[in-house]
Design a binder for this molecule. Structure first.
Ligand SMILES: C[C@](O)(CO)[C@H](O)COP(=O)(O)OP(=O)(O)OC[C@H]1O[C@@H](n2ccc(N)nc2=O)[C@H](O)[C@@H]1O
Ligand SMILES: Nc1ncnc2c1ncn2[C@@H]1O[C@H](COP(=O)(O)OP(=O)(O)OP(=O)(O)O)[C@@H](O)[C@H]1O
Length: 322
């Protein structure tokens, strides 16, 4: 239990935080562990597609949540629980447990990252909710303590707090920042369906079992990937993109093969399934190439989003007295 030196501010307030989605430019997955998780060696890149969470003091005790009409996703189509299963609600409740006399809070989430898309959208909501409640309640937690709480919520949540580019070991939660000196441009192609993260990991286990393939625990990431990131070398990076989950995602959703093929047919440098999928990330040579590619796909009626990374992790956008 912590209180900030000045104690909690009792006045009604509203704190807005934004947090990015991510792609994994390299994702190596080890064998299933006894706890059901898999050790990974991952290189995360935060991209410029942001979730927003506004935490507003509520006269009612507890945590409530709603989705903002400013969301760019079609809210009628979304399968997002608005109860204690919501990752942002879970984050706020954890923060409340660690804060003296927390007020009630209402969370408003602006969804932009494809749901169940492999880009860590729910994780971004959780990270944003943690930071927003930390500010609202003056919980006084250190960065390390916040990262610890984040890891309790999910493997991708600590990275959504940190942002930028980072190496993730353990289940992806043991993070070390990586140097990326210039931006990398991507075109994201969301799918009209979602994939369940545990189902994709299980499919990878199934494929490996069927092949009699045993894999070692991943202990490190490829130095060449870090060198390409450091040098801002999109061409070099394009030959190094790797995702062990990709074949499992494609196994569950074979239509992704076509989308991945658009890199060749539409002049992108390379393509990769983002995390557990099904969003596909096409790597472009530069911002102009990404904008052209997104426009060309849009002309064909295909949803495509030009983004870039690295971008910062969860950050406060506004803090307003009501
Ligand atoms: C695929 C990635 O997005 C790559 O960054 C992450 O590994 C997934 O992170 P996440 O969605 O935050 O995952 P969690 O919410 O912690 O876990 C959901 C489920 O995914 C599986 N899971 C997740 C992460 C991991 N390293 N190994 C796993 O096997 C487990 O079945 C777990 O129960
Ligand atoms: N705030 C939230 N936003 C979206 N989904 C949520 C949220 N809270 C809980 N969920 C549930 O979690 C599931 C996965 O959501 P999410 O969009 O985070 O997937 P993802 O981006 O594939 O995750 P990851 O890349 O971290 O594996 C959704 O289908 C939904 O039922």
């Amino acid at each position: 239990m912590r209180t900030s030196p000045s104690g909690p501010d009792p006045r009604p307030r509203s704190v807005k935080v934004r947090a990015p989605g991510k792609v994994n430019v390299s994702l190596r997955v080890g064998p299933r562990r006894p706890d059901g998780y898999h050790s990974v060696a991952s290189i995360y890149l935060a991209v410029s597609l942001f979730e927003e969470v506004t935490a507003t003091t509520s006269p009612e005790p507890g945590v409530t949540v709603s989705l903002s009409p400013e969301s760019t996703l079609d809210l009628d189509e979304l399968d997002i629980p608005l109860d204690e299963r919501n990752l942002a609600v879970r984050a706020a409740r954890l923060m409340a447990e660690m804060t003296e006399n927390p007020t009630g809070v209402h969370l408003t989430i602006t969804k932009r990252v494809p749901v169940a898309g492999g880009m860590g959208g729910g994780s971004a909501d959780a990270a944003a909710a943690l930071l927003a409640c930390d500010a609202l309640w003056g919980s006084g937690l250190s960065k390390e303590e916040l990262a610890h709480v984040a890891a309790e919520l999910g493997a991708d949540v600590p990275f959504a707090l940190l942002g930028g580019a980072a190496v993730g070991l353990g289940v992806g939660d043991q993070l070390s920042p990586a140097l990326a000196t210039t931006r990398f441009d991507w075109v994201l192609v969301p799918a009209p369906f979602g994939l369940s993260t545990p189902a994709v990991f299980s499919e990878l286990d199934r494929l490996r079992d069927a092949e009699g393939l045993t894999v070692p625990e991943p202990t490190h990431v490829e130095p060449a990937v870090l060198a390409a990131l450091r040098a801002g070398d999109a061409g070099g990076l394009s030959h190094l993109l790797v995702n062990d989950l990709q074949r499992a995602a494609v196994g569950l959703a074979p239509q992704l093969r076509d989308t991945l093929g658009w890199a060749d047919s539409h002049g992108a440098l390379a393509s990769i399934v983002s995390g557990s999928g099904p969003t596909v990330a096409l790597l472009a040579a530069d911002a102009a190439a990404a904008a052209d590619l997104a426009e060309e796909l849009a002309h064909q009626g295909i949803e495509a989003l030009a983004v870039h990374g690295p971008v910062p992790g969860a950050r406060i956008v506004s803090d307003t007295l009501l």
